[in-house]
Design a protein around this ligand. Sequence first.
Ligand code: PMP
Length: 449
Amino acid sequence: MPARNAVLEDALAEARETYARRRPESRRLHEAATEVLPGGNTRSVLFHGPFPFTAVSGEGCRIRDADGHVYVSMIGEYTAGLFGHSHPAIRAAVLRALEAGVNLTAHNPFEARFARLVRDRFPSLELVRFTNSGTEANLLALAAATVATGRRTILGFHGGYHGGLLTFAGGGSPVNVPHRVILAPYNDADAAAALARDHAGDLAAIILEPMLGGGGCIPAALPFLQRLRALADETGALLVFDEVMTSRLAPGGLQEATGVIPDLTTLGKYVGGGMSFGAFGGRAAVMAAFDPRRPDAVPHAGTFNNNTLTMSAGIAALEEVYTPGVATAHNEAGDALRRALNDAAASRGLPLQVTGRGSMMAFHFAPAPPRDAAEAAAANQPLKELLFLDLLERGWYIARRGMVALSLLVEDAERAGFHAAVEEFLDLRAPLIRDAVADAPLPAAAAGV
Ligand code: PMP
């Protein structure tokens, strides 16, 4: 275990050194991968210094790395791994699909049954279509909005993430699709309204996550969502909720929990039982554009859109495992853990905020919970790396960016163990945390959401 260091940089250097020393096989695999993948990577989020570890197997909520270390996964495949790594119901569903034969090149009995389960669960969905990822779902939803409105401008929010080609963190990404995008600060309805009115004649869609996920598990204030609903109605734009992550936070997603019903919704992650998955859907009048019986139908191709493995796993996921009652209980457990973690920091007088809702949460080393991307960015970042590395050494795997997504296999014992590990971190690192955050600029607004 690393000794207490006076200076954060020293502590980090030591933690990185310990990490590297204990993972020679992961280092070897990473170096070999760099010969065929840029930086040894084909999924940006998984990269971290000094080099990312390789997981060789997983069971329940635990994974084993190439050097034999076992971790409890507290990140659960960034919300897609809600069912852990070996859920019997999901395995059985995949086997059923395999036994029926894959790649049938035709409609199969799973897809409409799965579509009905998805449609019936989320209030905004009248009709739905499947894709292979959340990224694709958002690309299609925005395309549908431009087709339905005949307009081009998209209002998004700083810190929003809607897939690799629709990243609004840091103001955008060079690989974003070339929509006309205008961005407002999250949780700032006045700014969104002013921007929307400036572009009212051309506004096709207002897209947001009803809680920023990758942007730091920052919930939207209810009046913010309500005003965006009114703004969409006023301007004739479609309100699109990206519930790729947040749909797990209540039986019918955050749209059900908040009562704010979007025109279109995108889904992904766990809904396909942990297989490759995405979906978009909403008002029948908008989705009808994709009806191939129409002479003017808009095409939406995709070889794997109805692949039997995802369809079958998704049916099991919604019908057998993540039932409404399970969803409610799981998120209550997450709320309790988040409160306990915040209490652990507050009782030590430490500036750590755990934001989020239900089974998703994120750590911010800041004096007050951030309400938007700028406030999240103002929190201390090196401390997050130290937390990540210190927790790994104790056998707990969270996202490098400080995010936690609880799988159903993380039960009472794991939640208690994680709480204890974070308390140990806080006790060991208390002076560092106090010094580092005292030096940081205070967020502009200090009130919680
Ligand atoms: N939207 C949100 C809110 C997400 O968190 C993600 C993935 N992290 C996506 C879209 C993209 O989904 P996928 O990775 O399946 O393309």
